[in-house]
Design a protein around this ligand. Sequence first.
Ligand SMILES: [Zn+2]
Length: 175
Amino acid sequence: MDCKEFQNELPELVLNPGTLPSTAAVAHMKVCPPCMEEYVSFQETFRALDAWEAPEPTRYFDQKLAVRLREEQAAPRMGWLERLTTSLQLNTGRNFRPMIAGALALALVVGGGSVVGANSFQSAQVPQASATLEDLQILDRNDQALQQLDRLQQADDDGGAPTPSDASPVDGPTS
Ligand SMILES: [Zn+2]
């Protein structure tokens, strides 16, 4: 077996756990340190991947992601250069000339050194935090309050009297 034949067998070996190298492959690895090294490093990589567990997402991950997606879809946040490029790439011709005229006019404004024009143009692009996102932040605070209540409950179960400072959920649901 030469290196090329070994390389052909390698995917089979590392992708199917429990597959043992053929005697020819073992013989080749004994005389070819680079191939041996590659086989061992693949084995270690796949062992590490087997041991790895994906972390659990937080409780509100799905809602937060949905909100972010909606915001990104709704936000008119592309810069003029980006819009110009996108239009040029996607344009079928109908809006081409008005768009170029607008871009040229804008270039005149910016190039003419109009500081006020440039500033107002930039501030128009600042995204605003949505009410939905604030709701989610309130939900997060409520979650913390609930956890505090849980701890108080446990303290009660243990027979210990909670101190007054523990008993006041500052970030309560009513805030
Ligand atoms: Zn080799």
